[in-house]
Design a protein around this ligand. Structure first.
Ligand code: FAD
Length: 613
């Protein structure tokens, strides 16, 4: 039976047939020792692990209990099933699949690590946030923590023996991190005393590991207000020495966990640092470099959150597809039209409107998966350019990642939500009930649009910073990379029309970017009101290009006589998926952009008191 959680065939198609990592990455440079067979083996094993071990722990509030992390007497308890799973996850080496062997990693390309994350996150995002944040924090320590404690820290974190978090948010400093109030005071021995309260800290406290390492943003006494005055510190829950032996508690106390809409298995904590004046932190990097350093982790996490959006979307689609094949309801429309007497009820997958929902779910979830994987492909290319000392290539791939990161985070999660919504709709009334997992997926998905910089903040980042980077060069490279595949697709009968739609949409996005940059000087509210919609239009066009790439490859394979029947069915699905996405989604970009450029400012003109009287 096909999986309800993971589309391994599509993942492998994207890796090996579309991004062609066997030719572009494996067997050379940093990945000289890796080949397609080894990657296939790892992917197969990971898929089995995800299906057999992670999926059964997915919070199901009717059939399995308990699913919530709980807080009592200052201590957090995770769901029972997570303890065994966390151990298995670490023993499987999944904490560091794509990290350097020098720190205990397996050294696979980032895109392989991302494919594994896609599978794991599809099965239980709340659980994955424990190892996920640990990995992000470990990467940060690897790059920025220069201290005799560093080696043991990396060993403990990359094996998962200790876990990690990221501590930015405070009650009055959410999107505006620069407003934080946590303080740091330098001690005579070079350490810092930390005082402050952080809220909403994912995996902030729990019973999966004996120690938790917190990268904490705080302001050193006397440093300037705003983001420029922020520093970052390594703050352990329990102090430790260079051998990794645990000492006394570090005065980090969990003041409670949030009762949330979704991701119930993950503890979202309020953490009080230095309530008793005994919390010690070790500086990471230089003083007042906290924001650029933390951005390193935030960018990794933003990619990760986009992947969360794509993963939940993938699982929601597969569940809805399975349901639509089984649910018998209503007569076939053609029999109805032909006035057949007593027409038989049919599986709902036969109804045109259900097919519309299914194909939208398929095309969007495959498209956002491709968007996420493409970004990791860019990271691998950037890494190879760094190692070979090719500055030009390094900057090219780096710029690609800069521009695409807000798209991955915002579009990946917003469209991921659309897919979850459609999955619930496909189930009808049953979709709204806890008996089926799609309502949980929809609730879990919502947070992905909020944390790691809300989607509104991502839109501002794209418009205000990313489009204009290097005088627009990075953005123009994003448009430029699409040209070759579009030109090729114009020569493929079945994709000719779609190639033109994508090309026109991308050109219109470039023109609108230029128009917006002028408007920012004359009528700034117009582009600012339109920023989120612009991000979506650019993504609709760029993902259209990714669909062109997938469908072109599928068209080649389908006409190859050596292709078997099952593969032909798969490739046919890819072509229809691309046609649907490009005609029904990318095809709407130009009128939407025209609309965005109108001097229409009602959102700003309406007086506050007129919103509701
Ligand atoms: C379950 C969960 C887990 C989390 N995990 C972590 C974690 O591990 N570590 C951590 O540090 N934080 C974490 N957070 C915090 C999260 O990153 C913040 O909630 C988020 O950044 C938004 O901040 P806020 O909630 O204060 O909302 P606000 O900043 O008050 O924003 C409210 C609304 O106003 C909009 N807005 C705010 N400012 C602007 C602006 N300048 N321009 C346009 N629109 C704006 C926002 O887009 C949003 O729609 C988590 C939150 C939750 C709910």
């Amino acid at each position: 039976m096909a999986s309800l959680w993971i589309d391994l065939r599509d993942i492998k198609f994207q890796l090996f047939e579309v991004f062609k990592i066997g030719e572009t990455l494996l067997g050379k440079g940093k990945y000289a020792d890796y080949d397609i067979d080894t990657c296939n083996m790892v992917l197969d094993q990971a898929a089995k692990f995800a299906e057999q071990e992670i999926a059964p722990t997915y919070p199901d509030e009717v059939h399995r209990k308990p699913v919530e992390a709980t807080w009592k007497d200052g201590k957090v308890t995770t769901p029972e099933a997570y303890k065994r799973l966390y151990k298995l996850y670490c023993e499987g080496g999944y904490m560091a699949t794509a990290d350097q062997p020098e720190v205990g990693g397996q050294g696979f390309p980032a895109i392989i690590g991302a494919a594994l994350a896609n599978m794991f996150l599809s099965c239980n995002q709340a659980f994955l946030m424990y190892p996920g944040l640990t990995h992000g924090a470990a990467r940060l320590m690897e790059d920025y923590f220069q201290n005799p404690l560093r080696n043991i820290l990396l060993e403990k974190m990359y094996t998962g023996e200790w876990s990690g978090t990221m501590c930015l948010t405070e009650p009055s400093a959410g999107s505006d991190v620069g407003a934080l109030k946590s303080t740091a005071k330098k001690n005579a021995d070079g350490t810092y005393s930390i005082v402050g309260t952080k809220c909403f800290i994912s995996s902030g406290d729990h019973d999966l590991t004996p120690n938790i390492i917190h990268p904490v943003l705080a302001r050193i006494e006397g440093d300037p207000q705003g983001t420029k005055g922020i520093s970052i510190f390594m703050v352990p829950k329990i102090r430790f020495n260079e051998k990794g032996e645990l000492g006394e508690p570090n005065d980090v106390q969990c003041g409670g966990i949030e009762s949330k809409m979704g991701i119930h298995g993950n503890a979202t904590c309020t953490l009080n640092f230095g309530t008793d004046g005994k919390c010690i932190g070790w500086l990471m990097g230089e003083e007042r470099q906290g924001m650029p350093i933390m951005f390193h982790m935030m960018n990794e996490e933003r990619q990760g959150v986009g992947m969360m959006g794509a993963s939940l979307a993938g699982a929601a689609y597969l569940h809805a597809l399975d349901y639509a094949k089984q649910r018998i309801q209503g007569a076939n429309i053609i029999e109805m039209a032909m006035k057949v007497e007593n027409p038989k009820a049919v599986p709902i997958i036969q109804h045109p409107d259900v097919r519309r929902m299914l194909l939208k779910m398929k095309s969007v979830s495959e498209g956002i998966r491709a968007l996420c994987l493409f970004c990791y492909f860019c990271m691998d290319n950037e890494m190879n350019a760094v190692l070979s000392g090719n500055e030009e290539q390094k900057e090219y791939w780096h710029g690609m990642i800069e521009v695409l990161t807000p798209l991955v985070k915002s579009y990946g999660t917003e469209m991921g939500m659309t897919v979850c919504d459609l999955a619930v709709q496909t189930y009808g009334g049953y979709g709204f009930c806890r008996e089926y997992p799609v309502e949980q997926m929809m609730r879990d998905q919502k947070i992905n649009m909020i944390y790691e910089g809300t989607n509104g903040i991502q839109a501002m980042d794209l418009l205000g910073r990313k489009l204009g980077m290097k005088k627009g060069l990075y953005f123009m490279n994003v448009i430029g990379i699409t040209q070759e595949a579009i030109a090729e697709a114009k020569g493929i009968d079945v994709l000719k029309a779609e190639a033109v739609i994508v090309e026109n949409a991308l050109n219109a996005c470039a023109e609108t970017a230029l128009a917006f940059s002028k408007m920012l000087r004359t009528v700034p509210f117009v582009p600012l009101i339109g920023a989120a919609d612009y991000l979506n239009c650019l993504s609709d066009a760029f993902v259209g290009w990714l669909h062109i790439r997938m469908a072109s490859e599928a068209a080649k394979k389908i006409s190859d006589p050596a292709t078997g029947e099952q593969d032909k069915a798969f490739y046919r699905g890819k072509i229809e998926s691309a046609k649907f996405f490009i005609n029904r989604i990318t095809g709407l970009v130009i009128p939407k952009l025209e609309n965005l450029k109108k001097d229409e400012q009602s959102a700003m003109n309406i007086p506050e008191e007129s919103f509701a009287v």
